[in-house]
Design a protein around this ligand. Sequence first.
Ligand code: ADP
Length: 495
Amino acid sequence: MAKPLSVLFVSSEVIPFAKTGGLADVSAALPQVVRELGHDIRIIMPKFAAVSDRKFKIHDIKRLTDMPIKLGDRTLLGSVKSSFLTNIKTKVQVYFLSNDELYCRSDLYVDPKTKKAWPDNDERFIFFCRGVIRTMLLLGWKPDIIHLNDWQTGLIAALLKTEYADEPLFKNTKIVFTVHNAAYQGVFPGSSFEKTGLPEKAFKPEGLEFHGDINLMKAGLMYADQITTVSPTYAKEIRSDEEYGFGLEGVFKKKARKTVGLLNGMDTTIWNPEIDKMIPQTYSDTSLEDKQVNKKALCEHFGLPYDPAVPVLGIVSRLADQKGFDLIKEQLVELMKLNIQLVVLGSGEKKYEDLFTKAAKKYKKKLGAHIGFDEELAHLIEAGSDMFLMPSKYEPCGLNQMYSLRYGTLPIVRATGGLADSVEDLDAKPKAGTGFVFDDYKGKQMLGAVKRAVKAFGDEKTWQAAMKRAMKKDNSWDASAKKYIELYKKLLKKK
Ligand code: ADP
């Protein structure tokens, strides 16, 4: 075998340590498969309050204790601790950068009291980025690839290409920056620039300046050697217009030749109805009748009457505009007129939390809602529902539609980003379809797709054939991880 690669994977969230969304799933699954394929990949993330020393068997690293790290004209201390991400096949080392004042809080990015971003998020992630570089220098570890993810890590690219441009340790290191969601860019006032400690020349439109502010995602985009996004369609969308690029579409366009879209995979050790320990009854594409046990349990959970002939439509999501909840809000009365039951698990924007809380009271026999984050219930919804609704305005990749496919829960999605790349419409392709797809971001179109799904559900033979096709689709990480490794290798060959 050719020489194994060494990769540092930098992310602000990784399951099971801390999670707000799909980034955490990717940040655990991808490194584990890369490791399985024989490469030395390690992860680094901030040590948030949720990262419990006892629960995760975290230990100190003596020589990385109380490292002085610059933050503007202050110097703060950061310590690195370590643990492992283990699954049946591999062990991946995870470093945690700790500073209690900055990271030991009840939520990762947002103050739950105000529902607004922590006011010092600039400092929290500038410190993190500098801490990551300091860690590598002190370890003397020379990664071939530093793989950065989203805005929280973007400054590392800028620092390595300016302040550390002559550092021998990073002489041959290449930087990959992955955009998981272009809507979250880490924009802070221009006055925050000083805190980065970057040379003055970086505060310009060709650097991380963004209309007088600083933009940490832009830092990643401008200085990385390679950009990736999490699906091929999303890679095109973000350079198409502002609706997808959120003001960075010009930068995405400029960097088009350095950008590639690689569809995320899903962790099939966690999301697999044949071995899932979180659901009442495991099942496979040869025992579809066993799925009914889960449907029954799901209805019971939400106090809905169980009827095999009535399709249950599931939703598991952040309750954010991005996910299409304005369409659902607009069409809820119409949806409730259909012969369906709707179950919703989610948390986020108050207007949507209120919408579903009220609707659950109004439509007692048709709609169940759980406001909150609940991993186990997410599994039950995937296993017990017949269909899954995901009408996103934009969706960089999306994982829930892949989980739904694997659980034979046919997804109803809008044709955007990773949804367009992973679901095929059953009416358009009766022999290949795995779900229902609509094009325009309009309430009526979404309603039309749900109606088509309800109609198809009535035809048991067609429905079960589609379920089986969906369950057989290989969306595991194996194929995607190999593409990342190829990309790393290609990059290393470049001068
Ligand atoms: P995003 O990263 O935009 O939130 P994804 O579909 O890529 O969307 O990933 C969302 C992940 O978060 C999935 O693993 C999903 O099951 C999980 N998730 C979202 N909301 C909840 C919730 N309320 N309870 C449990 N899991 C949730």
